[in-house]
Design a protein around this ligand. Structure first.
Ligand code: NAD
Length: 281
């Protein structure tokens, strides 16, 4: 078994992106810019936003942080995002989810134009991905692909199984694997014979949100196992994979923390630079 060190790979990528950001800054005559919108005081969201701003500083991307109180109205949220959509210094807009329950997140996200949609959540970007065309791809599944690529995992013709079908992880993950010529099966909460299907996977991606859900009997000897899950158990982080028992069977496996997590932010930086570069075209 070999560990996929997401923390190290993400640090390598940030170093590469720093050079790219400097080159772009010369061509744009300004730094690439990422606007981050946080509405409300959710403590986990505050940590995520802080980490994203820190990553911007490290890479040389200018960050524009906008905070609205939990009492913000739908109109205030939409007006802020629409203003950022017009702002020439802003190449990417990220609205930190979840939003307070009284707000319609889809309507707020709809104010982000596809060219500034660094999360790749828009219908246009998801549609481009489904057609195998160039758009912006959601950061977490994009990060998984980068981990696989940099670990030398061949996907063509391989059996890939994705557990989870959310719009932000499972679905784009399945489409990326399909675009890379894997034979892809998507499993979800209504799937029958889940363990049997998973045990056929050469590459198994778990994005469920249930701690230690993937057990050793669900994993083929020599499989590549990617754990997207982030769960809090007794104050500690746990993935969706029963790492201790699965790792001995896997040829490659990501830990939690230190696997997919750090890649998500690195890909956010990459997507911001991609959006900035496309401003030049
Ligand atoms: P989600 O709740 O939107 O989706 C979970 C999916 O799991 C659903 O499609 C559901 O059908 C499936 N599922 C639930 N129970 C199941 C079962 N018993 N059998 C099979 N499938 C089942 O969650 P999400 O937003 O896709 O996130 C999934 C996990 O990934 C969470 O733990 C989340 O915290 C984590 N996550 C991590 C990152 C990162 O940066 N590493 C980013 C996003 C999400």
């Amino acid at each position: 078994m070999k560990l996929i060190d997401g923390k190290r790979i993400a640090a390598d990528i940030r170093a590469e992106l720093k050079e790219e950001a400097a080159r772009l800054e010369k061509r744009l005559c300004r730094p690439a810019g990422l606007a981050v919108v946080l509405i409300g005081e959710d403590p986990a969201s505050q940590v995520y936003v802080r980490n994203k701003i820190k990553a911007c500083e490290e890479v040389g991307i200018r960050s524009f942080a906008h905070y609205l109180p939990a009492s913000a109205t739908q109109k205030e949220a939409e007006e802020l995002v629409c203003a950022l959509a017009q702002d020439k210094n802003v190449d990417g807009i990220l609205v930190q989810l979840p939003l307070p329950a009284h707000l319609d997140a889809q309507k707020v996200l709809a104010c982000i134009p596809a060219q500034k949609d660094v999360d790749g959540f828009s219908a246009e970007n998801l549609g481009l991905l489904a057609r195998g065309e160039e758009g912006v791809v959601a950061c977490t599944p994009l990060g998984v692909m980068e981990l696989l690529r940099r670990s030398g995992v061949e996907l063509r013709g391989k059996r890939a199984v994705v557990i989870g079908r959310s719009n932000i992880v499972g679905k784009p993950m399945a489409m990326l694997l399909l675009n890379a010529d894997a034979t892809v099966t998507v499993c979800h909460s209504r799937t029958q014979d889940l363990a049997k299907i998973c045990a056929e996977a050469d590459v198994l991606v778990a994005a469920i949100g249930k701690p230690r859900f993937v057990t050793a009997d669900m994993v083929k000897e020599g499989a590549v196992v990617i754990d997207v899950g982030i769960n809090r158990v007794d104050g500690k982080l746990a993935g969706d994979v029963d790492f201790e028992n699965v790792a001995p069977k896997a040829s490659l496996i990501t830990p939690v923390p230190g696997g997919v997590g750090p890649m998500t932010i690195a890909m956010l930086m990459m997507n911001t630079l991609t959006c900035a570069r496309r401003q030049l075209a």
